[in-house]
Design a protein around this ligand. Structure first.
Ligand code: GLU
Length: 397
């Protein structure tokens, strides 16, 4: 007899990680799977960062780190915020956590009471929805349209904000759409937040360095809502350090203190060695960040060119991150004579089975007519993957 809590029973499995696990298992069985499911740079962590981690081991960084993160790391992050984002956060306002995902749940748990509402913008990143539910909050989903570049209109926010709305989760460059908001568009959203007392906004900026056009704008750089913004970032995507699990926030002091308290009961702080590696990543500049960004841009152009030749697919050209959200509604309700495709998840499983390409269905992103392709892989694999996808889709009538 199992006695699982209601909390865990109502929690969904992370579909990005589930799909990655499934393709790992199939690969281990010898199948030639191309994985375009998990969003992570395919590059290795740059050498200067790995060296810093090796040195940290030799220097005996083996004791509990401070719960909030090492002082010198938080000072380096404070400098980064000032120089790259134009935001003043003192080290006291910065908390280092076990990945950006952990930073986000920390904030939700710290400021959202059971029954309070949190606005997320569909297509949203999978974990936002379940993290809100886990905290007892109510996810309020606002849909955005491909025709509007998947961007929310300020009026759409105004109609759903109630006295119970505590938080909006905002993400630009966006996972899964790859869209990037302009300064003007962000200012309009900031103005909505300003109008509603007690409303806060998480600005998830984890993809800031993977930007193909324009400038990265930080929500907290709008002075008039500075004290209502929690800026989330980390080293995973920009420095190819997904496995090291280091994320951080810049926030008003009272939120940073709450997160520190929470973390003191949960993790006792982020891994000491990974923190030393993150310090090197942020402090020492080399050209690896630029090199990776240029590779993602080249692949973005490649995948868009390839997908244009596949009948029935619609998409917008991504401006950042390394995802493309593809409208697959043309293939819903079609069959290859054996399997009928009812949902985007059905289509993802069909493609895994028939094309041996792993993708994530749009259902988990609140976008049932779509599927997400992560193109953070080699040019050759992208060409082969789209060739296989095209052949498998052509069989659906
Ligand atoms: N953020 C990445 C993705 O969306 C990594 C997996 C995850 O944490 O969800 O694929």
């Amino acid at each position: 007899m199992e006695y699982l809590s209601d909390r865990i029973k109502s929690l969904s499995v992370s579909q990005t990680l589930a799909m990655a696990q499934k393709s790992r298992e199939l690969k281990e069985k010898g199948l030639d799977i191309i994985s375009l499911s998990l969003g992570e740079p395919d590059f290795n962590t740059p050498d200067y960062i790995k060296e810093a981690a090796k040195k940290a081991i030799d220097d005996n960084y083996s004791k509990y780190p401070p719960v909030q993160g090492y002082n010198d790391l938080r000072e380096a992050i404070s400098k980064k915020f000032k120089e790259e984002n134009g935001i003043n956060y003192t080290p006291e306002q910065i908390i280092v956590s076990t990945g950006g995902k952990h930073s986000i749940i920390n904030v939700i748990l710290s400021i959202v009471n059971p029954g309070e509402e949190v606005i997320i913008l569909a297509p949203y990143w999978v974990s936002y929805y379940d993290q809100i539910k886990l905290a007892g909050g109510k996810p309020v989903v606002v849909e955005t349209l491909l025709e509007n570049d998947f961007k929310v209109m300020p009026e759409q926010l105004e109609v759903v904000i109630t006295r119970k709305t505590r938080l909006i989760i905002f993400n630009s460059p966006s996972n899964p759409t790859g869209m990037v908001y302009t300064r003007e568009e962000m200012e309009e959203i900031a103005n909505v937040v300003r109008k509603h007392e007690g409303l806060f906004i998480i600005s998830d900026e984890i993809y800031e360095h993977i930007l193909f056009k324009g400038e990265h704008v930080s929500m907290a750089s709008f002075d008039f809502i500075y004290d209502r913004v929690i800026t989330v970032n980390g080293v995973s995507k920009g420095y190819a350090m997904t496995g090291w699990r280091i994320g951080y926030i810049g926030a008003p002091v009272w939120i940073a203190k709450a997160v520190n308290k929470l973390q003191g009961q949960f993790t006792s702080g982020a891994c000491s060695i990974a923190q030393r590696a993150a310090l090197a990543a942020i402090q020492i500049k080399d050209n690896s960040r630029q090199m990776m960004r240029d590779a993602f841009l080249r692949r973005r152009d490649l995948i868009c060119k390839l997908l244009k030749d596949v009948k029935g697919l619609k998409f917008r050209v991504p401006q950042g991150a390394f995802y493309i959200m593809v409208d697959i509604s043309h293939y819903l309700r079609k069959t290859d004579g054996v399997t009928r495709i009812h949902t985007s998840d059905d289509l993802a499983l069909y493609l895994l089975d028939k094309a041996q390409v792993a993708l994530v269905g749009g259902d988990a992103f609140g976008a049932p007519d779509y599927m997400r392709i992560s193109y953070a892989t080699s040019d050759d694999l992208l060409v082969e993957a789209v060739k296989r996808i095209k052949a498998a889709l052509e069989k659906l009538k």
